[in-house]
Design a protein around this ligand. Structure first.
Ligand code: GLU
Length: 483
């Protein structure tokens, strides 16, 4: 085994960049970097039917956004390239034939029709589908004549009939599979493209990957991989299978029940550091039990011993709450800078800079800013007169209150102070026999058009005296009309 530490992720470019890719990138990168090693991105694109051309760039963009860029990979350079499997075909072809020559793999000339008929017979007998090894023992003459006729063939692994295959998993300990339970999988398709099992082993070997850290769903493939390493005469890397991220019903995380696209989280305004913190808590924990920590902490502290084997639930509520904590920890300037990409071009940025701190305590996602602050940037949204009416009150109560509030706001010395305003409001409430809370609510609706808003006084300060008074006038008119 090379003494270098080299880890990788090997996503398939089939759709939007997946949260599972970020999850694996986090731990692979942290483990490699803590040991002075390298973290590699390899693109497993041999399934051309599911290939999505923009996917590689999107994976890179998402990893960059999260601060998890690999050291080597497509577009990143490195001495072990190419890092895209379809650019490595010759290597797989050569490797597959090498195994045939060594007697560990064989050409399978079975036609699609034969395999389909076999599958149907097995289904009729209620047996699981399984290749019957028809071509495993073809004679030299049969093979030669098939080749002479240019019959297409796949190459299959010759899995030993007996014995077992064991590998050590750094999280789960020794895992053993009986060889007789395994099929002779196809390694190379008739079009010369490899299947996953062959490509992953060849690449991990030639890229000198020391630790294969991937999702739990690959455990059942690992005995085949271990066999391949042995048949090739190569060192077997170390394996660790991380728990699968799950939906709340404990099924494997899926688009239908959770957003799985990293693009979505970015668009919604989850902060990358909150994503990292949240993902790091999935199946792992800091030795000191802290809940809020950064990538550097993961890099320093991560060990496989602390990984749990039960599948962690991807809980959006928890992520959102962590995100809110990170937002509140930003300085006002940082918050504004981070908000900028989420603001429409035409928005008054100077005003947004003033609004941001007022919103800080309530924002759970940067993308919420626009919807929560519309009233700062345009006219008050339409609202029904009812919204102004206090509980057990009438529209004329609201009108009376608004008249007095208007008088107060006009009479307050400029610049307003919070104290003068608040004590003035309390006097009005007393005079009118209203609860102070009800009076503040009437003004809140008049100023923001809603019963929930950022802190009222700070909002009024940003809007300025004239704008506030014109909104109070508008509310007054509405309440009078309804009286
Ligand atoms: N291409 C596989 C995937 O999409 C890689 C599995 C592995 O890491 O070996 O997850």
């Amino acid at each position: 085994m090379a003494d270098k530490v080299r880890l990788r992720i090997a996503p398939s470019p089939t759709g939007d960049p997946h949260v599972g890719t970020a999850y694996m990138a986090l731990f692979n990168r942290a483990f490699a970097h803590h040991r002075g090693g390298k973290f590699v991105l390899r693109i497993e694109d041999t399934d051309q039917t599911r290939y999505n051309p923009s996917s590689v760039q999107e994976i890179l963009d998402s990893l960059r956004w999260l601060g998890l860029l690999p050291d080597e990979g497509p577009g990143l350079g490195g001495d072990y390239g190419p890092y895209v499997q379809t650019e490595r075909r010759d290597l797989y072809l050569k490797s597959a034939h090498e195994l045939v020559e060594r007697g560990h793999a064989y050409r399978c000339f079975c036609t699609r029709e034969r395999l389909e008929a076999l599958r149907q017979e097995q289904a009729a007998r209620r047996e699981p589908p399984r290749y019957d090894r028809h071509c495993r023992d073809l004679s030299g003459e049969e093979i030669a004549s098939n080749l002479a006729e240019s019959k297409p063939y796949t190459i299959r692994l010759k899995v030993p009939d007996e014995g077992h295959t064991t590998f050590r998993d750094l999280i789960r300990g020794d895992i053993t599979f009986e060889n007789k339970e395994l099929q002779d999988p196809i390694l190379l398709k008739s079009d010369g493209l490899p299947v996953y099992h062959l490509a992953v082993v060849v690449d991990d070997h030639y890229m000198e990957i020391s630790h294969v850290v991937r999702a739990e769903e690959w455990i059942s493939s690992t005995p085949l991989h271990v066999m391949l390493y042995r048949f090739f005469g190569w060192d077997v890397p170390l394996f660790a299978h991380m728990p699968l991220l799950r939906n709340s019903d404990r099924s494997k995380i899926s688009k239908r029940k959770n957003n799985t696209s990293l693009k979505w989280y970015r668009e919604q305004g989850y902060l990358p550091e909150a994503m990292i913190n949240f993902l790091a808590l999935m199946g792992w924990s800091m030795p000191d039990g802290s809940e809020i920590f950064g990538y550097a902490d993961v890099e320093r502290e991560f060990t496989f011993e602390r990984v749990t084997t039960s599948g962690p639930v991807f809980d959006l509520v928890k992520l959102t709450s962590i995100n809110g904590k990170y937002i509140r920890a930003l300085s006002d300037d940082e918050l504004f800078e981070r908000l900028l990409p989420y603001l429409p071009e035409e928005m008054d940025k100077e005003r947004a800079r003033k609004v941001a701190p007022v919103l800080k305590d309530r924002l759970t996602r940067l993308g919420e800013f626009v919807e929560l602050t519309g009233f700062f940037f345009g006219p008050v949204p339409q609202y029904p007169a009812d919204l102004l009416v206090p509980k057990k009150g009438t529209p004329s109560d609201a009108a009376r209150a608004l008249e007095q509030v208007k008088g107060l706001l006009e009479s307050l010395k400029q610049p307003w102070t919070h104290e003068d305003w608040e004590s003035g409001m309390r006097v009005i409430a007393d005079n009118l026999g209203l609860k102070a809370g009800d009076l503040f609510m009437i003004l809140r609706v008049a100023v923001t058009g809603s019963k929930v808003s950022p802190p009222l006084y700070e909002s009024m300060e940003i809007l300025g005296r004239d704008e506030v008074l014109s909104r109070v006038d508008h509310a007054l008119e509405l309440a009078r009309k309804a009286s």
